[in-house]
Write a protein that binds this ligand. Structure first.
Ligand code: F6R
Length: 618
């Protein structure tokens, strides 16, 4: 199937927004749009319309149908409106945190998808100017900024553009204003935004699914674009200099189901391809919370990194990072083993950083219940605001990955590792154990990660698919790595095994001579995770050992390492990164391999058998 986007412009959606201006009544169309956006799983929703010179706003926590029954959203009057379904990133799901947000005078309403990095600074400025900010969200600064510019004499359009120029971070924004009751202003940066062109109406949305029922004529805005959208037309211009730009109207021939997956056949593939952007949002993790976590970790005499499944594999990577970057020893521990293995030895001087995408995994919460009774300090890293983990943690950080629908964790793993790397760097700065040069270099490499993953997604899929074709009938797979790559090998094993149902084992390659090598016979596939790090020589020795026993050698290695390439039957060349960040780059081909193996075997990669997205039983 033809994909709709190039990797570099892949849309990444956390919340959903939709807007309508035209001859019809906006609200029922908006509510149907919200329903279409709900497939991603949302926690709150709201609608704003303008009717008879009044700005009407209805919103609350809950699902669209529940809210519609309670608030009669679809009966709100008016020919213009904007609406939002929320996946919380700042502030728990609640009425006050739900969008649309308004200004002090209730003249402007705004919906937003994305993460604003400088909202704390903007919020402070606005509070100093006596604005009444009521929510915990990053978005609420936007209507107040627009209000402020309008107070200084600007019209709505000019005030909106000036506001957008002050924002740092990612956004798809839509705003309406009482002063111009036939105009929706929108802008985008690193979050998708589409204009749906209709006959006698126009719409805007973050996702084609919200438009497809009304029109298949769509204009895909680019980063840095803004648009003024009215019932009878629209203009697109650049935020930076106001210059009008032409964006073609495309005819989209997709069913709703295809649109939900953005042209990909499965959610898992869509989520794999979202990683450059989800990683960008992981880099936007709020600095003050990362600092707080680092301070609390630094106070512990004993540090545990605790998780289950993929999140445990991220903990393993985290423990290497904490040691190498921050010089802090930590124990990575599988949540269900924590009490039996360490329960007798923890107390008030123990700090536990629990990593859980859902924040609801029973094994994790059970371990934390035990630890709380022993007065341990609990910290959290999660993707889910308002989850139990956020409630039981003394402090937590959010990984900002957006909803993950595929049962197998993909983008949430790479983001967990990236956030753990940021925590390690903050810890290192606190403790001053490595040189300023090393810290700066590591920070620089961190910022390059999204681009490198983009490169992997442009270059690797076809080769990994070919590899999958050669492995599809393998009875078994061995995956080996050394140092940091042990976590990659473990995560690769989990992905391949849970999706293709091919039994896999993964080992630190130094251990293979202590047992696993006995399974090797002619043509048994062995995947080596071999980034260009200090273990290159040992990796080559391990490869030779396996080669001598007839194994089929598959290497995930540096794209420029010709010697390593020459030793392999299959070689997947990957871009260079800091060795400690290699799990983020080197896990991506495993995700793809697992995906292609599942598809080749006729299994559903989105719903592997016997597994659930959130395991809430012990
Ligand atoms: C594997 C996978 C699971 C989860 C595990 C923990 O692809 O998704 O192994 O990683 O169930 O879930 P969270 O991170 O929600 O605690």
């Amino acid at each position: 199937m033809k994909r709709l986007y190039k990797v570099a412009e892949l849309p990444f959606i956390m919340c959903g927004i939709v807007g309508y201006v035209g001859a019809g009544t906006a609200a029922p169309i908006l509510v149907r749009g919200l329903k279409r956006l709900e497939y991603r799983g949302y926690d709150s929703a709201g609608v704003a319309t303008i009717a008879e010179n009044v700005l009407l706003v209805e919103k609350d926590a809950g699902k669209v149908d529940e809210l519609n029954a309670k608030l009669s959203l679809d009966r709100m009057p008016g020919n213009i409106g904007i609406a939002h379904t929320r996946w919380a990133t700042h502030g728990a799901p609640s009425k006050v945190n739900a969008h649309p947000h308004t200004d002090c005078t209730r003249t402007v309403a705004v919906v937003h998808n994305g993460v604003l990095e400088n909202f704390l600074q903007l919020r402070k400025e606005l509070i100093d100017l006596n604005h009444n900010i009521v929510s915990k969200t990053d978005t609420e600064v936007v209507p107040h900024l627009i209000e402020d510019f309008m107070k200084r004499g600007m019209g709505f359009e000019e005030a909106f553009v000036n506001t957008v120029r002050r924002l740092e971070g990612s956004y798809a924004l839509a705003a309406i204003c009482l002063r111009e009751p036939d105009l929706i202003m929108v802008a985008r940066k690193e979050a998708p935004l589409i204009i749906g062109v209709g006959d006698g109406f126009n719409m805007i949305a973050s996702d084609m699914t919200a438009l497809i029922e009304m029109t298949n004529q769509m204009v895909f805005l680019h980063d840095g674009d803004a648009a003024a959208v009215r019932a009878n037309g629209y203009k697109v211009f650049r935020v930076a200099d106001g210059q009008i730009v032409e964006r073609p109207v495309k005819t989209v021939a997709l069913t709703v189901e295809m649109a939900e997956k953005q042209g990909h056949p499965h959610f898992m593939l869509k989520e794999i391809f979202e990683q450059p952007n989800s990683l960008r949002d992981a880099l936007r993790t709020q600095r003050e919370y990362v600092d707080l976590l680092a301070e609390l970790l630094d106070k512990g005499r004993v540090v545990f990194l605790l998780g289950a499944g993929t999140s445990y594999n991220a903990c393993l990577a985290g423990s290497y990072l904490f040691s190498a970057v921050a010089r802090i020893p930590s124990y990575p521990v599988i949540a269900s083993e924590f009490v039996a293995n360490y329960g007798g030895a923890v107390g008030a001087d123990t700090v536990i950083l629990a990593v859980s995408q859902s924040g609801e995994t029973a094994d994790v919460l059970n371990a934390l219940d035990f630890a709380r009774m022993r007065a341990c300090t609990i910290l959290g890293l999660t993707n889910t605001v308002g989850s139990t983990l956020t409630r039981v943690s003394r402090a937590y950080v959010l990984q900002n990955s957006g909803p993950e629908i595929g049962v197998a964790a993909t983008k949430t793993f790479t983001s967990q590792v990236l956030v753990l790397a940021q925590i390690a760097l903050r810890l290192s700065r606190l403790r001053g154990k490595i040189s300023q040069f090393e810290m700066d270099e590591f920070g620089h490499e961190l910022s390059k990660i999204p681009k490198l993953v983009e490169e992997v997604l442009l270059t690797a899929p076809a080769k990994v698919k070919e590899l999958a074709e050669t492995l599809v009938n393998s009875p078994f797979l061995l995956i080996l790595g050394r140092g940091m790559s042990v976590s990659t090998a473990y995560e690769g094993r989990l992905k391949v095994m849970e999706l293709s149902y091919i039994p896999c084992i993964a080992y630190p390659s130094g251990e293979s001579k202590h047992g696993p090598i006995s399974v090797i016979e002619e043509k048994i596939p062995v995947i080596f995770v071999a980034p260009p790090d200090e273990f290159r020589k040992q990796n080559i020795s391990s490869i030779m050992e396996m080669k001598a026993r007839g194994a089929k050698i598959i290497v995930f290695g540096d794209k420029e390492d010709e010697e390593l390439r020459s030793l392999a039957d299959h070689y997947i060349g990957l871009p260079k990164t800091h060795p400690l960040l290699s799990p983020i780059i080197y896990t991506v081909p495993f995700q793809l391999l697992a995906y292609y193996l599942a598809v080749l075997k006729g299994y559903d990669p989105d719903k592997p058998r016997n597994l659930a997205k959130s395991v809430t039983v012990l």
